[in-house]
Every structure is written in structure tokens, then in C-alpha cells.
Ligand binder design. Structure first.
Ligand SMILES: Cc1cc2nc3c(=O)[nH]c(=O)nc-3n(C[C@H](O)[C@H](O)[C@H](O)COP(=O)(O)OP(=O)(O)OC[C@H]3O[C@@H](n4cnc5c(N)ncnc54)[C@H](O)[C@@H]3O)c2cc1C
Ligand code: FES
Length: 275
């Protein structure tokens, strides 16, 4: 029987709220029993009296006790979420979407390229890959993450933890540095061309960020020799039902809420321009 939370929002209290940046907060919610999901899947979060919106599950499925959603404030639902406090209740409907093709990534080297809040879905997969039970199933891990300024980097404590690990390479960049910033300054696609020095064979690139960053990152990856099927990204189309019923997220033959939001570049290149 399908998990009941797919059809009916489960009302759950917020356990913790982490201020990530001036406009991004991470909400930690107890993981309901039976809520199984893949990295890259999303859920609809419902704020009573306001409405609901889709958000990637930013925590890894290997975290048994909680789910995390990292939310950028842009409008009515995200604004209402940002005004909530620990102990307040939200509705959670899901999980939805296809998620990352984890089994196809076994044994491959993984290049993660994230921009801004686009690190949220990648973080779920990164922490899945880095977990003690799964790390041996994957090859090299290279993470390139960029934000507008140092203050806009999300998951800062986790970036520090990743930086200390010997089994991955982390490269951070910002568009504009400040007096304290000692790392790279430059746009993600440009930095990618400078720092990624491996032959592309055996690598899969997983890309998420603002549409303009995705577009130029795919171009850079193509120039580095990546084939379309070895570039995977996740779309953030506007959605309503999440269930393949309302047609809001339709592009060509696809419903992004069900067939996506994760697509290979090979599939995206066959889609109509509207994505
Ligand atoms: C599969 C999926 C996963 C997502 N994951 C995350 C996540 O992890 N973290 C996160 O912060 N956001 C995520 N989003 C985007 C998030 O759903 C929107 O920011 C949210 O719906 C905005 O709701 P709102 O009521 O606050 O904004 P509204 O008041 O509805 O809109 C405010 C403004 O934002 C624009 N807008 C709204 N939604 C979108 C959208 N999807 N794309 C582009 N413009 C939009 C509107 O046109 C309007 O101009 C995801 C979206 C999808 C489809
Ligand atoms: S959001 Fe309704 S069909 Fe995809």
C-alpha cells in the first residue's frame, strides 16, 4: 500500500530551525515512520492558512530520525515558513518525484556542482554517498559549490566537516568576496573549467542551482568532454499537485513532478525550450 503521506498531508511539529543565511532557513521535522525516499525527491510543505509549496528533502535518507528542508524566502508560503518557530506545525505531503538514479551511480566518480540554495537536493545525495554504509560503493567525490557572497553559503558547519575529510575534494567560490574570504572568487562554470582537471571518463556530474548557472555549467561540462547522459540536473518547475494530476508542471511528454525533477542532460536536450 502506498505511504499515506502521499495523499494526505501529515501534520508534524517543527523540531528545529537553523538560520543558514539572511534569506535561507533549514527546518528539521521528525521523520514519520514509513516515510522512505531517495536523495533528490521532494515533498509539498503546507503552512496552515497560507498554502503549500514543493521543497527538496535536503537531509539524507540515511538520517533515520528526521527530515530537513532548506527554504529560501521568496513569496507567500516561503515567507510564512520563515515566520514559524520550533513547535509550530506544518503539513508534509510526499515523497514525490524520481530522485537521483543512485544505483546507476555505483562505482562512478561523482562531481557535484551546486549554486546557492541548489545545494539542498545535492546535499541529500552527498551525505548519502559519504555515509559509512555507502561510501565504498562510489569512487572519487569532487564538490564545487558557489554562492553570491560568503554570507550566502548554506550548510556552513557541514561544509567545514566536508573540508576536513580526506576522501573528497571541496572547492568553494563566491561571486564577490569580502575581507575575510581566502578562497576562490568567480562564477561557478568558470571556476569549474579551472579546477576540474580529470578526464571525464568514469565521472558523472550532478548539477543544481539557478537556471542560468545550470545552463553555463552544462556548457562547461560539455567542453570538458562530458556526454549528455553523464550530466544530471534537477528542475524546479512551478508545481501544484505533485502527483501527475493537475498538469501544471507539464513539459512535452513529461510531468516534471513524476518523471523528474531529476533529468539527464541527454533527456533535457530533447525537451521543448520552456524548461
Ligand atoms: C521539485 C522542487 C524542489 C524545490 N526545492 C526547493 C528547495 O529545496 N528550497 C527552496 O527554497 N525552494 C525550492 N523550490 C522552489 C520553491 O518551491 C518555491 O520557492 C516556492 O514554491 C515559492 O513559494 P512562495 O509561495 O513563497 O512564492 P510565491 O508567492 O508563489 O511566488 C513568489 C515569486 O516567486 C516565483 N516562483 C514561485 N515558485 C517558483 C519556482 N518554482 N520557480 C521559479 N519561480 C518561482 C513566483 O512567480 C513569484 O514571482 C523547489 C521547487 C520544486 C518544483
Ligand atoms: S504538479 Fe500537478 S501534474 Fe505535476
Amino acid at each position: 500500500m502506498p505511504f499515506e503521506g502521499i495523499y494526505v498531508p501529515l501534520l508534524l511539529p517543527i523540531e528545529e530551525i537553523i538560520d543558514e543565511t539572511r534569506d535561507i532557513k533549514t527546518f528539521r521535522i521528525r521523520r514519520p515512520e514509513g516515510f522512505t525516499y531517495r536523495p533528490g525527491q521532494f515533498a509539498e510543505i503546507f503552512v496552515p492558512g497560507v498554502g503549500e509549496a514543493p521543497f527538496s528533502i535536503s537531509s539524507s535518507p540515511t538520517e533515520r530520525a528526521f527530515l530537513e528542508f532548506s527554504v529560501k524566502r521568496i513569496g507567500s508560503v516561503t515567507g510564512a515558513l520563515h515566520r514559524l518557530n520550533p513547535g509550530d506545525t506544518v503539513g508534509v505531503r510526499g515523497p514525490y518525484g524520481n530522485g537521483f538514479p543512485v544505483e546507476e551511480l555505483f562505482g562512478r566518480n561523482l562531481l557535484f556542482v551546486g549554486g546557492g540554495i541548489g545545494l539542498a537536493p545535492l546535499r541529500s545525495l552527498i551525505n548519502y554517498v559519504l555515509s559509512p554504509e555507502h561510501r565504498k560503493s562510489f569512487g572519487e567525490v569532487f564538490i564545487l559549490y558557489g554562492a553570491r557572497t560568503p554570507k550566502d553559503l548554506v550548510f556552513r558547519w557541514e561544509l567545514e566537516r566536508w573540508e576536513e575529510r580526506k576522501d573528497l575534494t571541496l572547492c568553494l567560490t563566491v561571486d564577490e568576496g569580502d575581507a575575510s574570504w581566502t578562497k576562490r572568487v568567480g562564477l561557478v562554470p568558470k571556476v569549474l573549467e579551472e579546477v576540474f582537471r580529470f578526464p571525464p571518463e568514469g565521472w558523472v556530474a550532478l548539477v543544481c542551482g539557478p537556471p542560468i548557472m545550470i545552463k553555463f555549467t552544462i556548457k562547461a561540462l560539455r567542453e570538458l568532454g562530458f556526454e549528455g547522459r553523464s550530466i544530471i540536473t534537477t528542475l524546479e518547475m512551478k508545481m501544484k499537485c505533485g502527483l501527475g494530476k493537475c498538469g501544471r508542471c507539464n513539459i512535452g511528454p513529461y510531468y516534471v513532478c513524476q518523471d523528474g525533477p531529476v533529468f539527464s542532460c541527454e533527456v533535457l536536450e530533447r525537451m521543448p525550450e520552456e524548461y
